[in-house]
Design a protein around this ligand. Sequence first.
Ligand SMILES: [Zn+2]
Ligand SMILES: [Zn+2]
Length: 671
Amino acid sequence: MTKMFKIALPDGSVKEMPEGSTPADVAAAIGPGLAKAALAARIDGEVRDITRPFEGDASLSLITSRDEADALELVRHDYAHVLAEAVQNLYPGTQITFGPATDDGFYYDFAPTAEHGAFTEEELPAIEEEMRRIISADKRLVREVWSREQVRDFFESEGEAFKAEWVMELPEGETITMYRTGDGEEAWVDLCRGPHLASTGKLDPQAFKLTRVSGAYWRGDPKNPMLSRIYGTAWLNKKQLDAYLVRLEEAGKRDHRKIGQEMDLFHLQAEAHGSVFWHPKGYLIWRELEAYMRRRLDAAGYEEVKTPQLMDARQWEKSGHWGKYRENMFVVPDEIPSTEDDAAIFSGDAELMALKPMNCPAHVLIFNQGIKSYRDLPIRMAEFGCCHRNEPHGALHGLLRVRQFTQDDAHIFVRQDQLVDEIVAFCDLLDSVYHDLGFDSYAIKLALRPEQRYGSDEEWDRAEQVLRDAVAKAGRNTPEYGWAELPGEGAFYAPKLEFHLTDAIGRTWQVGTIQADTVLPERLDASYIGEDGQKHRPVMLHRAIIGTFERFIGILIEHYAGKFPLWLAPVQAVVATIVSDADAYAQELAAKLSAAGIRVETDLRNEKINYKVREHSLAKVPLLLVVGKREAEEGTVALRRLGSDEHQKMMSVDEAVAMIRGEAIAPDRRA
Ligand SMILES: [Zn+2]
Ligand SMILES: [Zn+2]
């Protein structure tokens, strides 16, 4: 008698299926529509091939293109196989290695033959063509279990040294699977954990594109041979692909490094990896942003401090950073080298010092000066603190990932009973700042305890609950605010709330954070005298709104595509002349604007006005005031706005000055 398995479906029903049957059979039994739409199966939580037979009683849910994340991952992995097969068809002798799915597609690393050398982007269209041919041939993808030696012998006989090497290193006892694409002569085989779709015909031949080629070392090790990596992007259908390509192009146009150069805002160079050279115009944005943040913090009851850049190792040991964080710190010997070559080096009392990677310990040291009473709390200590963290050069990226950065940092020392209200006040301040800076949408996430951590489980329970309660009290634990909890993502000393901005093209950026920490006050022995006359530990809230100035300005540049609101624009207006007869009038006008606090430049060059207009719009100057002979005689200006289709507007000088002054007011200063 055939053995029967009980297969539980998501709707609660149970199907009896004979041994040897597959999720595809269940789909077919439910109906032809589902049989066609089903891409793979989730068996007891694990994604598997739809044609892989059941191994016993199981719970089953079928994956269709509506389960977008699962479907994309499957499809992208399939494309990687199709890419590898296409390359081997076109370039015999090329060896295969690995080809995973990525966030937007897939890649595959190849070892090209010595005669061919690395692949080039010119070869991609032909490879795409061959991939489309394999897709339209609708070849079956079949999972087979092989022994380790079988796999090694097979790859050795095929001249595939990399795969043969890899399979012998897989852990003992691991089930080794090969995926065969197609049958007979046409078959192509790769060592792979799966899962895969049932056949190549399930892919949309118009939903992928090969994007670029780069070098990559075998197993990521520079001592190993250099491979040739081909990248592709892949989606469920052409519409998704097209939308992605538009987004990519839009992101490219907004790249802050490109705009930063066009607007002359900053530069980076190899002599100071990861540290920014701010040019005058870029630093004007910084100064406006810093002044704005300072006003908001002053008004919210913060006190600003400044703390040392270098502190010695003993302090970092006490704070716990030396143990957990040292690999990211710049350590310097506390020595004064002699000017004479072989003479002695004079050492101070500490052997090693480190540039601060964060401001927190120094703020506790300020708190610890003098006795604090419960009536002194909360103490909100702010610092635009310049910190250094050592990161590999390869990880650095423009303003977005740097090694020297300035945080809008603050620490709030509070009693337990003040915690929730302080966090609510912070959430309100942050909300108002984001709106002022032009971000209407952001998400709030609660990052919970990580595996490696200080402190007891009860402390973590309490700290996590406080953050939950505060967000609820602020009325923001809702889908509108993208509220979610992220297990394992907290810092080693505290859980945290994360605030993720959504920019103008829908990308998200984590910038704001607040953490309720009891560990550091304990380690550094911070205390206050309570109402009961006893010593108590304050809780320390670590918090930032914009995160770091460097990264936030990078995000602002991309969000606005360089077209800053007037109050942040480094050059707010240019007065440009049509004829040299208007030079004196232009200078007079610029002086009036400047006296009204407007950042203005003049353009008196002997160039056509259209040329000047084009140049200043490329430099993203928000306002252009055009003056010629007639304007000089009548005391008027012709005003043009960046990116506006409206014709220029004529107005009197006084009107223009008043209007621009009104628009250039920072949002927190508007009535
Ligand atoms: Zn695979
Ligand atoms: Zn901190």
